[in-house]
Design a protein around this ligand. Sequence first.
Ligand code: THU
Length: 126
Amino acid sequence: MTDRELIDASKAAQENAYTPYSNFKVGAALLCRDGSVYSGCNIENATYGATNCAERTAVFKAVSEGKRDFTAIAITSSGGGLTFPCGICRQVLAEFSPEIRILLEDKNGGICEFKLSELLPHSFSL
Ligand code: THU
């Protein structure tokens, strides 16, 4: 699975986004160390607060299937340009893989890479 393939998988995941309130579609593709990939989309809710981000959808799908070791996550959106994971999703990713690579696509189609530890230094831990 190349970085480009993971970005493309995140774009495909956008197709299932349920976004009647924001119409902002996000897709994520999470690469596990064993090579498996779990995708996710954002799922909105009339209460707004019960909305689930694409990244957490992907993480929760993977964890519920027994996967906890992640090497990369690609995130794209209908907004175009860099779509950074929100603070809650950063903390959820840090729970399992603090050094995960975060792959975003810029408006020219280039891939930008960040380390989670760079985006969320001093994450909370018990
Ligand atoms: N959203 C995500 O899916 N991931 C993020 O990291 C930030 C925001 C979604 C939630 C909501 O459905 C829409 O984007 C607008 O906030």
